[in-house]
Design a protein around this ligand. Structure first.
Ligand code: FAD
Length: 449
């Protein structure tokens, strides 16, 4: 049974009403349509289960769904509410995002490997669309296309060269948008052209995760929110999962903690780099304004390493904008004004717009910029999505279930022996702000040619 968690009172913002709309609060925009709901979980955690899943995000819930349908007795443990991680905080872009290009991978690991990586990303993208359709999850999923805006002429040339390589090797289509055509996509004078990738999409992450949670509960899976997993040890009967609310024994354990991976999983923690993303939502705008500034209602991002990204809300007349990734701030509100100003620099028509929401969430990078799925000491894991967890979390969730059930396609090109870390790295990402500064310098250098 689901019950609502009482809403956090709006954070009082009195200082600058030019920036904050009267209904402003620090909370993901998505939670208005998909409030965090807590399953009436067990008071204590005990007994024996077939599968214990740590993390109730996308990966964890997709795995839970397939496992339960395969006949397994499953419990999902989360230290927060189910879905309170990045699952209901992300931007809802549905793509094939990877920081490593086809040509980079081909040069380093050979063309065959590069093609397999991009084919699997494509499989994950297509798989998400068909999963949503098959499960009838009403989450505004749409193949809206993505406009990638070039920050300079040099960025434009590099973008088109990369998209050409990708089309040649794996057949992904795109169309060029010349500088003088940018206004057909975005009412901005900031960009030097760009490209449209027509088969990428968007969704409402709150409704996607909430729909998924309902399906999982319908299959008899138990949710244990506010239950932090402290350790996992093996003994003769299985894996002993110690939690903040008791211990249980599981035949199999999945760790699906992505950007929230903690000390309990030391080996993984030393391999993922948690970093924060920040998003703001504008107040309600006239619908004609959205049509003017983003006439094709796609998703939009730029070519910088440290991207700015924007999209229309799928269920109201607002624009969502994200940037300043990796800034060391536990809240988004202190960055809200800067984010608003960056949005207005891109879309000057929005001058004077105020914000109704700001929020942050944790993503996970990896030292090789690749997502990873695998098994360590008998514990299954999938994480390190580098901003692409909607398709990959869904894809890996299904793979994890297939591996435990020993049926279906269990293979993945991302299942490699090597999951690199860095000497002395203990999970505390002190270098992320420095890396972001380096990326800014690097982008500037490309822009200057
Ligand atoms: C601001 C932002 C924007 C993003 N935009 C996009 C986007 O547009 N498109 C896209 O594809 N991806 C995007 N992402 C990334 C995407 O949201 C994540 O990759 C995805 O949610 C990861 O899903 P997950 O299920 O693996 O992890 P999460 O949804 O993060 O869930 C992990 C869960 O593990 C729990 N946990 C951690 N440790 C423990 C423990 N010891 N015991 C119990 N529970 C534990 C946490 O409480 C958390 O709920 C974005 C992320 C952020 C933060």
């Amino acid at each position: 049974m689901l019950h609502m968690v009482s809403e956090v009172p709006p954070k009082k913002i009195t200082v600058d009403s030019d920036v904050f709309a009267p209904d402003f609060r620090e909370e993901p925009y998505w939670w208005s349509a998909a409030p965090l709901s807590a399953a009436a979980g067990p008071q204590t955690v005990s007994g024996k289960v077939d599968v214990a899943i740590v993390g109730g995000g996308i990966t964890g819930l997709v795995a839970a769904l397939h496992l339960a349908r395969g006949g397994a007795d499953v419990i999902v443990l989360d230290s927060q509410e189910i879905g309170e991680g990045a699952a209901r905080r992300n931007a809802g872009f549905v793509g094939r995002t990877l920081k490593r290009s086809v040509s980079w991978l081909a040069a380093k690991h050979g063309t065959e490997h590069a093609v397999r990586v991009y084919r699997e990303l494509d499989e994950a993208l297509a798989g998400l669309g068909s999963f949503i359709e098959r499960e009838k999850i009403d989450c505004h999923f749409k193949v809206c296309g993505r406009f990638i805006a070039a920050n300079s002429k040099a960025h434009f040339d590099a973008l088109i060269a990369e998209l050409d390589d990708t089309r040649r090797e794996v057949g992904f289509e795109y169309s060029v948008v010349e500088k003088h055509q940018v206004h057909t996509e975005l009412a901005s004078d900031r960009y030097h052209g760009g490209a449209v990738i027509p088969d990428l999409g968007s969704l409402h992450p709150g409704l996607y995760h909430a729909g998924l949670a309902r399906k999982v509960l319908d299959e008899g899976v138990r949710f244990a929110p506010s239950t932090k997993v402290l350790s996992i040890d093996s003994n003769r009967v299985g894996k002993v999962v110690k939690t903040s609310r008791g211990d249980l024994v599981a035949s199999h354990v999945i760790v699906a903690t992505n950007g929230y991976t903690s000390r309990a999983f030391d080996w993984l923690m030393r391999r993922v780099i948690p970093f924060r993303g920040f998003i703001v939502a504008t107040e309600i705008l006239p619908a004609t304004m959205i049509d003017r500034v983003m006439p094709r209602r796609r998703t939009y991002l730029d070519t910088k390493m440290n991207i700015d990204f924007l999209r229309p809300a799928p269920d109201s007349s607002r624009i969502l904008f994200g940037g300043m990734t990796g800034t060391n701030s536990p809240q988004a509100t202190p960055l809200a004004e800067q984010l608003r100003d960056r949005l207005v620099q891109i879309l000057p028509d929005l001058d004077g717009v105020r914000l109704s929401r700001a929020w942050t969430g944790q993503c996970a990078g990896t030292f090789d910029f690749m997502p990873h799925i695998g098994v360590k000491e008998g514990v299954h894991f999938a994480l390190g999505y580098n901003f692409a967890g909607l398709p990959l979390g869904t894809h890996f969730g299904e793979k994890l279930a297939a591996r435990i059930l020993q049926k279906g396609d269990q293979t993945s090109v991302f299942d490699v022996e090597r999951f690199p870390t860095m000497p002395l790295y203990n999970g505390s990402p002190w270098f992320v702000p420095l890396a972001m500064r380096y990326f800014d310098w690097h982008d500037g250098r490309i822009a200057r040619g």
